[in-house]
Design a protein around this ligand. Structure first.
Ligand SMILES: [Zn+2]
Length: 210
């Protein structure tokens, strides 16, 4: 293939609008209106407690969505929609390695579930303080989950449509993004693989511009 053809085919691929940006799918979600009231920190609730509950819920829900496409996910290595490889960086060993999307997902959930079970980080007993690094750990949770969500949208959205689960995925994702933006726990520099979806949802008042 000549350089020109290569460039042309790359460009035309980029011009195809992802299915999730089609109006029909963009607005398909189960909860009407915006989520301000749902995500706002209730009076007398500790912020870390609120972050912990949500990190746990999002993690469990997202895991279910990943299970659904597990058998059909053969993307290797894990890529994002803008053509960059997503390396898995072990949060403890700090070693980055090239992995498939399936491995990335499994490693991320393995790490998150172990942390959730760790009483020093996610205390379940009254009067026990949260770990001093709790907020940094929550940021890592949200970073991993956001990357997985990007993969689901950019490589598997059609699978969810075929299974009639697209509105459920949109509900989880809009809630996740609203919460992440509200508490400023998502890194904006990571947004690019889903930037168009985020912008479209801001336009539709599904998300709030922060
Ligand atoms: Zn995949």
């Amino acid at each position: 293939m000549s350089f020109f053809n290569k460039f042309k085919s790359k460009k035309s691929n980029n011009d195809i609008k992802p299915l999730y940006l089609e109006k029909k799918y963009l607005e398909s979600k189960l909860v009407a209106g915006n989520m301000k009231k749902i995500v706002s920190l209730p009076k007398y609730v500790d912020k870390n407690e609120w972050l912990a509950i949500h990190a746990f819920d999002f993690c469990m829900n997202l895991k279910e969505f990943c299970e659904v496409i597990r058998e059909v996910c053969s993307h290797n290595p894990m890529m994002d929609s803008i053509g960059s490889e997503c390396l898995w960086t072990d949060p403890v060993k700090k070693v980055a390695s090239k992995v498939s999307a399936k491995q990335y997902t499994e490693l991320a959930f393995e790490w998150m579930l172990a942390i959730i079970d760790d009483e020093r980080v996610f205390p379940t007993k009254m009067g026990v303080e949260f770990d001093k690094d709790f907020e940094a750990i929550i940021r890592t949770f949200f970073k991993f989950m956001f990357r997985i969500i990007c993969h689901l949208y950019n490589f598997h959205f059609e699978d969810y449509v075929n299974l009639d689960l697209d509105s459920h995925l949109n509900t989880l994702t809009s809630h996740f993004l609203y919460f992440g933006l509200e508490f400023d726990i998502l890194e904006r520099r990571d947004f690019s693989p889903l930037q168009e979806l985020i912008d479209a949802w801001i336009e539709l008042s599904i998300l709030e511009k922060k």
